[in-house]
Ligand binder design. Sequence first.
Ligand SMILES: Nc1ncnc2c1ncn2[C@@H]1O[C@H](COP(=O)(O)OP(=O)(O)OP(=O)(O)O)[C@@H](O)[C@H]1O
Ligand SMILES: [Mg+2]
Length: 170
Amino acid sequence: MATEKPISLAAFDELDIVMLGGLPACGKSRFATTHLKQGRLRVNRKEIRRMLFEMTHFGEPWSDEVFDHSDEYLVSHVERRIIEHLLENQKKLVIDNTSINRDARASHVKLARSLHKSIGMVFLDVSPRVCLERNASSDQPVPESLIANLAAAMELPDRSEGFREVLVLS
Ligand SMILES: Nc1ncnc2c1ncn2[C@@H]1O[C@H](COP(=O)(O)OP(=O)(O)OP(=O)(O)O)[C@@H](O)[C@H]1O
Ligand SMILES: [Mg+2]
């Protein structure tokens, strides 16, 4: 598997932000812990979503079944403020979201630019079939339809989006 091969992320070391991307269950969070933990803080949108839901629902556990689009504005706002706060305090970040296409990535690239911070992207180009297998054995599986829907919307990253470095691992 590509993500198990020795890889060099030296070109990303100096960057303020490493954005990870890839389908649900492709292995982003595991990759972040293995390869990007040193010297960086992690921001993850799903965990913000979960925290906001569980806090406002008196501890009722969040699941994908309770996903509500109308909450996403608040999730985006909180995520943005966390990223701004950490960058303003000179922290280096890994943003661990699916960031599946240009549209999904654009606001983070714009935010980085507005704060004069450098950003690169590592994209795990893992097939939907393998993601479905990993999802089935994950302790936090997502609905299988989400993997298919995002696979249809996927766009590999390109430096023209505003990234200083791009690495696609397949
Ligand atoms: N390279 C790999 N080989 C085999 N299994 C893997 C690999 N990477 C991750 N996994 C396993 O696949 C499952 C999903 O991994 P992980 O949670 O890192 O995915 P993710 O991309 O962060 O998913 P999500 O988008 O839902 O947060 C986990 O059980 C993890 O242990
Ligand atoms: Mg994850």
